[in-house]
Write a protein that binds this ligand. Structure first.
Ligand code: GUN
Ligand code: FE
Length: 439
């Protein structure tokens, strides 16, 4: 039960502690063969040496002319907000009140949650995203439906029900005890089942009472290998509000830190308005940040300081943050990340951008032993890119001189048309119309 794919390949072979190291660890094989067995990668080698050492009766799929990269990893996204992308005119707090909360209310319905889960996962796959760290709503039905849909597709997904007990409409609030019981039941049912994992998901400090945060602490002590996923320092008014709500805490992150919610399995979305002590705390606790460029621009939240995150040695992943973000597509998201950094005089090189979207994201989620590149034994999640999907893309791909220019053109001009096929766990999970070649 093995097969091989002949194409061009690009990946980053090991995690890195600075951008120069990423470039050294990048691998581009113009004519290569990826060998897959039982959903796992056996080897990636140049075609001339691979062709003489093929296993008996190995099917070879020909994808020459395409570029295959590891599946994209979205480190922060809200599946229920799929239906409200592009909500006009508000910054974070009013955006939540006017648009987000009313949409999330609908996920008490298991039927609605199931229909939207299917649509959402289809959007991920058709954009080349094979793994994600996902917010549900406060309703357990929302994540129940999402996990079922993800299990059917064999995707590596981490998700959790939102925990929130104040400062939102009554219809989205729960008690700390309800939150504890419902979350616990979901963990027992889904955490570690197949490729699925559970993230404890307090929405953010303003919607969390001290009693609710204590329940999160308690759950994380009972289930130490669950993830923690929340928002941090996204918007200046939000930061001021947290200071008022938690006057005893030194800063915003300290609210989470006091409840022991920082650590190697914690992912904090945004982190735009951090004090020096918060940067230090993220580093010391080995917590990760999800950088969400399209969301930060769309809500006018601010510019993430990526260069500083390298200086402080903090793990970074990329999040689309749908529905404050404006695209599911990781290529477009990387293009916006480049522009955010241009405004701060930092040049986001293509090697670094693709690292954050693949192996770096895996590292941020503590999944880099399983996914993120084409090393032997990794799970076979990958994307077949069509670099000549439009006339302009074709021209720029063909007149680019090396792989760095080519990748940079993909993140500048690429979009959903660039995604030809998405493979999950060694199986083709999605393909563009017209890409019907044998599987
Ligand atoms: N902060 C608290 N909740 C949310 C949310 O749903 N989206 C974003 N972007 N920020 C938040
Ligand atoms: Fe978010």
């Amino acid at each position: 039960e093995n097969y091989a794919i002949r194409s061009s390949f690009f990946d980053i072979t090991a995690t890195a502690s600075d951008p120069q190291e990423i470039e050294q660890r990048a691998r581009y094989i113009e004519d290569g063969l990826l060998l897959i067995e039982a959903g796992k990668i056996v080897s990636l080698r140049p075609w001339p040496e691979a062709k003489d050492a093929l296993p008996a009766e190995c099917l070879i799929l020909d994808r020459r002319g395409k570029l295959i990269v590891p599946g994209f990893i979205d480190c922060h996204i809200h599946y229920p907000q799929t239906e409200m992308v592009g909500a006009f005119g508000e910054q974070l707090l009013n955006w939540l009140e006017n648009y987000t909360f009313p949409v999330e209310e609908q996920y008490h319905s298991a039927g609605h949650a199931a229909a939207m889960s299917a649509f959402f996962l289809q959007q991920l796959l058709s954009n080349g995203t094979t793994s994600a760290l996902i917010f549900g709503t406060v309703h357990p039905e929302s994540v129940e439906a999402l996990f079922q849909a993800a299990e059917q597709r064999a995707m590596r997904i981490i998700a959790g029900k939102v925990m929130m007990d104040r400062n939102a409409p009554d219809y989205l609030l729960e008690t700390p005890e309800q939150s504890y019981q419902q979350t616990r039941a979901l963990i027992q049912r889904w955490h570690g089942r197949g490729r699925l994992g559970y993230a404890l998901t307090p929405r953010f400090a303003p919607t969390s009472s001290p009693a609710l945060l204590e329940k999160v602490t308690q759950l994380h002590q009972e289930f130490p290998d669950t993830w923690i996923h929340t928002h941090l320092a996204e918007n200046p008014q939000e930061v001021e509000w947290v200071k008022k709500l938690f006057p005893a805490q030194a800063n915003y992150l300290d609210v989470y830190h006091q409840y022991q919610l920082t650590g190697p399995r914690s992912v904090f979305a945004h982190c735009l308005h951090l004090e020096p002590e918060e940067w230090r705390c993220l580093h010391q606790t080995d917590s990760a940040i999800a950088f969400c460029p399209t969301s930060n621009l769309f809500l006018g939240s601010g510019l993430f300081n990526l260069q500083r995150s390298w200086q402080q040695q903090i793990k970074i992943g990329i999040g689309t943050d749908i529905g404050a973000g404006t695209t599911f597509n990781m290529l477009q998201t990387l293009g916006e990340a480049y522009k955010v950094n241009q405004l701060q005089n930092y040049k986001l090189h293509a090697s670094e951008a693709f690292y954050h979207a693949t192996l770096g994201g895996a590292r941020a989620l503590s999944l880099d032993h399983l996914i993120g590149n084409f090393m032997p034994g990794k799970e076979a999640d990958f994307v077949v890119l069509q670099p000549t999907a439009t006339p302009l893309q074709r021209m720029r791909w063909q007149n680019s001189r090396d792989i760095w220019e080519k990748l940079f053109v993909l993140m500048t001009l690429g979009d959903d048309r660039t995604i030809a096929e998405t493979w999950v766990n060694g199986q083709r999970a999605w393909h563009r119309q017209g890409e019907e070649a044998a599987v």
